[in-house]
Write a protein that binds this ligand. Structure first.
Ligand code: 1CP
Length: 348
């Protein structure tokens, strides 16, 4: 770790509590900021944007110029790993991501895993440039999609779906799906290892599609592959904190925390503080979970719920990284972000 051990963000992930929680927001770089839309318009498409380090560095830094966030997140996307695995990823305007739908696990076998990090080298270049640009000791978060969420995109071949196809694979072709997940675990290990070598101070695993799964399949679709990924990273000597974000895990959260080995857990908008405090081990760090829509609404809806969340974890002496319960939306009001930050900064 490049000197970020003493930052409020990393200390909180390591189990310390503080007067005010550290803050960053999921998707803090992106479309709600006019300066992002401006530089985004200079790139041919979103993939080119992600693979151009000067643009990705600038997108990462933009929100930090406006707001006193306590961490930066690498500007990239969870789907880049599928580009490195030759799934024909493209982003078409107004349509979101499109890929060549995966038909069988062996479609991934031709991928040379040792080349994944080489294919994604522009991302690592962005990381090293960021470490030169950020204040010494300012934490930078690297990330990847969790294996199940990446598999959902690979199998569906597009975004915004109900996960019908990959869930049917779970019921009718479980061995095939397990093989897909294993491939993704290996590729993601290479990718995250390269991000840490390039200088990120913490890792986040986005399991955006962990919601609405029966508990029996949640176990082998979400928990097991995440556990394997975390174990692989440890085996590579990686010691940076790992935040798991099983969005929509609900009552399955304690099991996820007990078995995956993640350092901290991201909570979604619908998670319940009293449930979290009663069911996660004492002192286990959490991150979240203000409704992103309050960043449109602003005012009391935003500030009162922020206070409630902060107080709920403070009174339980639970380390808490303040964040949203999901990504900030493109129609969020940047003035509301400023007001929220002012409010939390005033706590100490
Ligand atoms: O043209 C554009 O500007 C594209 C919009 C966009 C942006 C700004 C996409 C396409 N990705 C991103 C950046 C991004 N994505 C970041 C870095 C920015 C930051 O956090 O500050 C990160 C961490 C992600 C992660 C990501 N991508 C997730 C996990 C988090 C979540 O929101 O659940 C997911 C599911 C994606 C997939 C994705 N990428 C982009 C889109 C439109 C989508 C969603 C597709 C769908 O509807 O399923």
């Amino acid at each position: 770790m490049a000197g970020a051990e003493n930052s409020l963000f990393i200390r909180t992930l390591q189990g310390e509590t503080s007067v005010r929680p550290p803050v960053w927001l999921m998707r803090q770089a992106g479309r709600y900021l006019p300066e992002y839309r401006e530089i985004r318009a200079t790139a041919k498409n979103f993939l080119d944007f992600c693979y151009t380090p000067s643009l990705s560095v600038e997108a990462t830094l933009q929100p930090l110029r406006r707001y006193p966030f306590d961490a930066a997140i690498l500007f990239a996307d969870i789907l880049l790993i599928l580009d490195a695995m030759d799934r024909g990823l493209r982003f078409e305007t107004g349509e979101g991501p499109i890929l060549n739908p995966l038909e069988k696990a062996s479609d991934l076998e031709k991928v040379n895993l040792s080349k994944v990090a080489t294919r994604l080298s522009p991302v690592m270049e962005t990381v090293s440039r960021l470490k030169q640009n950020l204040e010494p000791g300012f934490p930078l978060i690297g990330f990847a999609g969790s294996p199940w969420t990446v598999a959902v995109y690979a199998i569906e071949g597009r975004g915004g779906t109900d996960k019908k196809l990959p869930k049917l694979w779970a019921y009718t072709r479980p061995d095939e799906l397990k093989a897909v997940l294993d491939h993704i675990v290996l590729a993601t290990t290479e990718y995250l290892k390269a991000q840490v070598e390039a200088g990120v101070d913490a890792l986040m695993l986005f399991d955006s599609w962990a919601e609405n799964l029966p508990d029996t399949v949640f176990d082998w679709l979400v928990i097991e592959p995440t556990k394997k990924l975390v174990a692989n990273l440890w085996a590579e000597g990686i010691t940076v904190p790992i935040i798991g974000f099983p969005r929509g895990a609900g009552a399955k959260l304690p099991d996820y925390v007990a078995r995956t080995g993640v350092t901290a857990v991201g909570l979604d908008t619908g998670q319940v503080p009293a449930f979290v405090n009663a069911n996660l081990p004492a002192g286990f760090p959490v991150q979240g979970h203000l409704d992103p829509l309050t960043m449109i609404a602003g005012g009391k809806a935003m500030l009162n719920r922020a206070d409630e969340l902060i107080e709920a974890y403070r009174s339980a002496e639970r380390p808490h990284v303040f964040n949203l319960g999901h990504g900030i939306t493109p129609d969020a009001n940047p003035e509301n972000v400023a007001e929220l930050m002012k409010h939390i900064q005033a706590m100490g």
